[in-house]
Write a protein of this length. Structure first.
Length: 295
């Protein structure tokens, strides 16, 4: 848990560790940014639209999108609140924010901004993010990356206006058919898959995440679980996609001399998953959680 009292040296070491993890994540997503959602696989854009639909935004609202990435949530959110509203995206990766800004410009969404910053603390110089200043806080496939999600959620509760809503998308179980693909790669590299969570993560079950939201003061907490079907045209596209996401973290640890063997082991498993047209399908569970700050 994040908010217990600790000796000063332990607390300092913990803060340094959290700082290191955040820097590593920012660099990881900086490396993904050039190809993220650009390899011909529609994945995050679809999830982003679904999250915004759940949030039921209306014209004129003020919205904060935490971990905005390249704008999968921010762009439809900015459209939903319209020019009388405002949408602010925050992301720790400068590379992702540069891409989000391009998207906002391309779509003419001048009432939306993307800012580089730590969305866990939301200490932004360029945007007024005072208490009670947002109608909605959105977090699309991002909150479980934050080292202190409990602290973040408590902060978002304070940032919301009375009656304001938080909407979070996050992963349920990955497609079990793909377990053998990840098992085949495991001996060659280090570290977790992008679906792995720390033992104390609130995202280990719907109940634990709901408890965190309730503790932070949210009411009307509900989660809907849906399928997330992703189609890859062929193996090559799947490989490009992995390197365009946080999934590259594992592959970066595979030593150069083992890369060919690791790829061959994975390709052998992918061959068994191919449909007759050569395509690959993954059906994971995605969760959409909504909660409200009391009026
Ligand atoms: C999987 S991406 C999702 C991006 C976007 N919301 C989407 O739906 O495509 C996760 C994002 O969270 C960002 N992120 C991770 N930790 C963060 C933090 N502490 N503050 C802000 N952004 C963070 C990453 O840089 C990355 O862009």
């Amino acid at each position: 848990m994040s908010d217990t009292v600790r000796p000063a040296t332990t607390e300092r070491a913990r803060r340094e560790d959290i700082g290191d993890r955040k820097r590593a994540l920012a660099q990881l997503f900086d490396r993904s940014a050039p190809t993220y959602e650009r390899v011909g696989v529609e994945h995050f854009a679809d999830l982003g639209r679904r999250l915004v639909a759940y949030a039921e935004l209306t014209g004129g609202q003020r919205v904060l999108d935490v971990g905005c990435g390249t704008g999968a949530v921010l762009v439809p959110a900015a459209r939903a609140v319209g020019e009388r509203g405002e949408a602010i995206g925050v992301d720790i990766s400068a590379g992702m924010v540069a891409r989000a800004r391009e998207e906002l410009t391309r779509h003419g969404l001048h009432h939306a901004r993307a800012l580089v910053g730590d969305a866990e603390t939301v200490a932004l110089e360029d945007a007024p993010v005072g208490p009670g200043s947002f109608d909605a806080v959105l977090a699309g496939i991002s909150l479980f990356f934050f080292p202190r999600p409990r602290t973040a959620v408590a902060r978002y509760h304070r940032l919301l206006k009375p009656g304001g809503r938080i909407a979070v998308s996050w992963w349920g179980r990955p497609d079990p058919r793909w377990d053998r693909v990840f098992a085949a790669s495991a001996p060659y590299g280090r570290g977790p898959s992008s679906h792995a969570l720390p033992d104390d993560s609130p995202f280990r079950s719907i109940e634990t995440f709901h408890a965190v939201l309730s503790t932070a003061g949210f009411t009307d907490v509900e989660t809907t679980e849906e399928d997330c079907v992703t189609r890859f045209a062929n193996r090559e596209q799947w490989w490009s996609w992995v390197w365009s996401t946080a999934g590259r973290q594992f592959w970066e640890t595979v030593p150069e001399e083992s890369r060919a063997a690791a790829e061959a082991a994975v390709n052998a498993e992918l061959a068994g998953l191919e449909s007759p047209d050569g395509g690959l399908y993954s059906t994971s569970k995605v969760r959409f959680t909504l909660a409200r700050r009391e009026r």
